[in-house]
Design a protein around this ligand. Structure first.
Ligand SMILES: O=C(O)C1=C[C@@H](OP(=O)(O)O)[C@@H](O)[C@H](O)C1
Ligand SMILES: C=C(OP(=O)(O)O)C(=O)O
Length: 433
């Protein structure tokens, strides 16, 4: 499926983007091993979160829905998961594979997880290593890639794990394994990463101590079912924050967006570039901060992106590169080598696409240098990466000629209604099968 975009368009109105992907994954995993019935509202009905849901169903957890964002999870308790029949296929979802590895490392049964072509190329050694240190038996294919197999019946011991990279997936994996380990497990991260696991575990009544970069929990406790209200995903909102920032006359309000401090890099970076972004109606919903956000058009300027913002905006860089392409002057990103191991090599793939659109975009080992300019028309490849597809679609708002983005089926990974929502706000987007 391709996106075909006419050049120009508007960005006006009010919208609520779908539920947060990271929080949706975690709601299913923790709800599944809790005692009692967990209800979730605002669940992301995207393929990635559904991969996690289907995996837990395959391990004997009764789950109703999703229906209009509502999911009901009949928790089986910490030791109630059952061996799945066959392999667990988690599609495109790195979060499913890495977090489930932690949750399943201490179970009594064997599990093998597989993924699609993109996930099958992504590094799993980063979770296999700490799990092995805890006593798990973890097998990966050559080069530490999926499939990933966990041998059941191991007793796990707590570790103090210093993360070699800023990764919430690795941190969460170790903490989830720590639930089943003997003693107190701690993680130390090199820079702040999303803390949804720590917040949600606490919501389920599990004690997690956080002291700066260190998160700690003791194994052996139990989780009690709760109600979870999932905020709109700031990573999905980001496409429209950039869209409105670059589109003349834009005035857009995005409702109920999660503004967890570990996720707001996109707001900080756009503001540093001169973006007109107002955050209001700040409130807390189920342990996560939420707000409405109004974005108006502004002339952006190029900046050197501060490296401390990188983990706080890690999934938003593809669309931030489009903002940089529309800015006056040069934008420089460094310290972002993690972008090369996402659903695609997001540095190379964005550089290729922006160059095809007439923009000077020079990849570096750990980032990119982008010179603002006139976006031309082009046919570009998404490389089946949802965030790349949506980012190139946003670029059409400032293009001179039509843009075709090839291979866009994967937007359903994180943002199933992207096309209708974007069209409703004024983007000239249509789908070609
Ligand atoms: O924990 C999570 O839910 C996620 C963490 C990030 O990955 P890393 O941990 O690899 O940085 C992010 O890119 C991913 O989309 C979701
Ligand atoms: C990197 C992403 O997700 P995951 O690692 O779960 O595949 C993403 O959604 O941008």
């Amino acid at each position: 499926m391709d996106f075909l975009l006419q050049a120009g368009g508007q960005m006006r109105g009010t919208a609520r983007v779908p539920g947060d992907k990271s929080i949706s994954h975690r709601s299913i995993m923790l709800g599944a091993i809790a005692d009692g019935v967990t209800t979730v509202d605002g669940f992301l009905e995207g393929d990635d979160a559904l991969s996690t849901l289907n995996a837990l169903r395959a391990m004997g957890v009764e789950i109703d829905g999703p229906e209009n964002g509502r999911v009901v999870i009949h928790g089986v308790g910490r030791d109630g998961l059952k061996a799945p029949v066959g392999e667990l296929y988690v599609g495109n979802s790195g979060t499913s594979m890495r977090l489930l590895a932690g949750l399943l490392a201490g179970q009594k049964f064997d599990v093998t997880m597989t993924g699609d072509v993109s996930l099958s190329k992504r590094p799993m050694e980063r979770v296999a290593k700490p799990l092995r240190e805890m006593g798990a038996v973890v097998e990966t294919a050559e080069g530490g890639r999926p499939p990933l197999t966990l041998r059941g019946g191991q007793s796990l011991k707590a570790i103090d794990y210093v993360l070699p990279m800023a990764s919430a997936q690795v941190k969460s994996c170790v903490l989830l394994a720590g639930l089943y380990a003997d003693g107190e497990t701690s993680t130390t991260e090199p820079a702040p990463t999303r803390d949804h696991s720590e917040r949600m575990l606490r919501g389920f009544g599990y004690q997690v101590e956080v002291d700066g970069p260190v998160a700690k929990l003791k194994g052996g406790g139990r989780l009690s079912a709760i109600h979870i209200d999932v905020p709109a995903d700031i990573s999905s909102a980001a496409f429209f924050m950039v869209a409105a920032s670059i589109t003349p006359n834009a005035d857009l309000t995005l409702e109920h967006v999660g503004i967890n401090p570990t996720r707001v890099g996109v707001i900080n970076i756009l503001r540093a570039m001169g973006g007109d972004i107002r955050v209001f109606n700040e409130r807390e919903v189920g342990g996560e901060p939420v707000a409405d956000i109004r974005i108006c058009h502004a002339q952006l300027k190029g900046i050197n992106i501060p490296e401390d913002q990188v983990p706080l905006a890690i999934d938003e860089f593809p669309v931030l590169f489009v903002a940089a392409a529309c800015a006056e002057g040069q934008t420089v990103l460094t310290g972002a080598e993690e972008l090369r191991v996402k659903e695609s090599d997001r540095i190379q793939v964005m550089a290729d696409g922006l160059q095809a659109m007439g923009i000077s975009a020079v990849p570096t080992e750990d980032g990119i240098v982008i010179q603002g300019g006139q976006i031309t028309g082009a046919t570009v490849e998404s490389h089946h990466d949802h965030r790349i597809a949506m980012s190139f679609a946003v670029a059409s708002l400032r293009a001179r000629d039509p843009i075709r983005v090839r291979g866009c089926d994967n937007v359903a990974t994180s943002f199933p209604n992207f096309v209708s929502l974007a069209a409703g706000l004024g983007m000239n987007i249509e789908v070609q099968v």
